[in-house]
Design a binder for this molecule. Structure first.
Ligand SMILES: Nc1ncnc2c1ncn2[C@@H]1O[C@H](COP(=O)(O)O)[C@@H](OP(=O)(O)O)[C@H]1O
Ligand SMILES: [Mg+2]
Length: 254
């Protein structure tokens, strides 16, 4: 009979879910242990502990693969690798260090020969894990249009597009948590401009695509991963039925 543990380690999606689960538990424990009095200490400890856990297991169980992580120096080896794990150990770091906030996530994505092949977004504060195999788009439960955007870095463009649409703006931390808000029907779209990196959106985009969401750059271009530049400045994630309306507003303000 197959050993369930070794099966879990050999299947990339199960391996990635397990990484997000382990890192999430560690981060929740650290919050309780360190407390919130010194936010920088908690942020640094969380980033470092989750990075170490994920990096150690990738080295041990996926030694041939390259890694791009927010918390490790970028190695250009990834540009000629067949498989690259794109990792954000804690997305929404400042929310992680805010007592009571659930707006922080663990991102694990895998890029293989030109495309993202899996993504896992863990929401450790609620114990949920979303992945690119099982994510399904839920119906909206609100009336009108809701657009989710950065809590701390909303741009004029974002505000102008939302005002044009007459949309309710919902501010949240973490790119992963914002994509989950669209997947779960809490918002119709997630619009971001002004800067972001591959690790901020790779896993969320894999989950968004699996759920059937529209996911492109703000100008409609495809989002391309494992480019030399780590930057992916802007994103437009949207329920299919709202794409045309929001794209028209984007064009009016571009
Ligand atoms: N203008 C900008 N430039 C660079 N990174 C940005 C950015 N706006 C958002 N981000 C990054 O994108 C992630 C989600 O941001 P936000 O919560 O504001 O929507 C955060 O990742 P980290 O928390 O991993 O640093 C944040 O640092
Ligand atoms: Mg991030």
């Amino acid at each position: 009979m197959a050993d369930p543990v070794s099966e879990q380690l050999s299947d990339d999606l199960e391996f990635a879910r397990d990484l997000a689960h382990r890192a999430g538990e560690l981060l929740v424990d650290l919050r309780a242990e360190i407390g919130y009095a010194d936010r920088w200490a908690l942020m640094n400890a969380g980033d470092q502990a989750a990075q170490n856990l994920i990096a150690d297991r990738l080295t041990r169980y996926r030694p041939a693969d390259a890694v791009l992580s927010e918390e490790a120096p970028d190695s250009l080896v990834r540009l000629s690798a067949d498989r690259v794990w794109i990792i954000d150990p804690v997305d929404g770091t400042s929310a992680y260090a805010k007592e009571g906030s659930t707006e922080w996530a663990v991102h694990i994505a895998l890029w293989e020969r030109g495309a993202l092949t899996l993504g896992v977004v863990g929401r450790p504060a609620t114990g949920e894990i979303f992945d690119s195999e099982t994510a399904t788009l839920e119906p909206v439960r609100h009336t009108g249009m809701r657009v989710v955007g950065s809590r701390s870095r909303a741009t004029k463009f974002f505000r102008d597009v939302c005002a044009d649409l007459g949309a309710e703006v919902v501010s949240m931390s973490s790119a992963g948590i914002k994509v989950l808000a669209v997947v779960t029907g809490e918002a119709d779209a997630y619009l971001h401009t002004g800067g972001q990196y591959q690790w901020d959106n790779a896993a969320p985009i894999a989950v968004a695509r699996a759920a059937g969401l529209h996911a492109t750059r703000v100008d409609g271009r495809e989002i391309v991963y494992n480019e030399r530049s780590t930057s992916i400045e802007d994103l437009f994630i949207c329920r299919p039925e709202r794409v045309a309306e929001i794209e028209a507003a984007i064009r009016r303000h571009s």
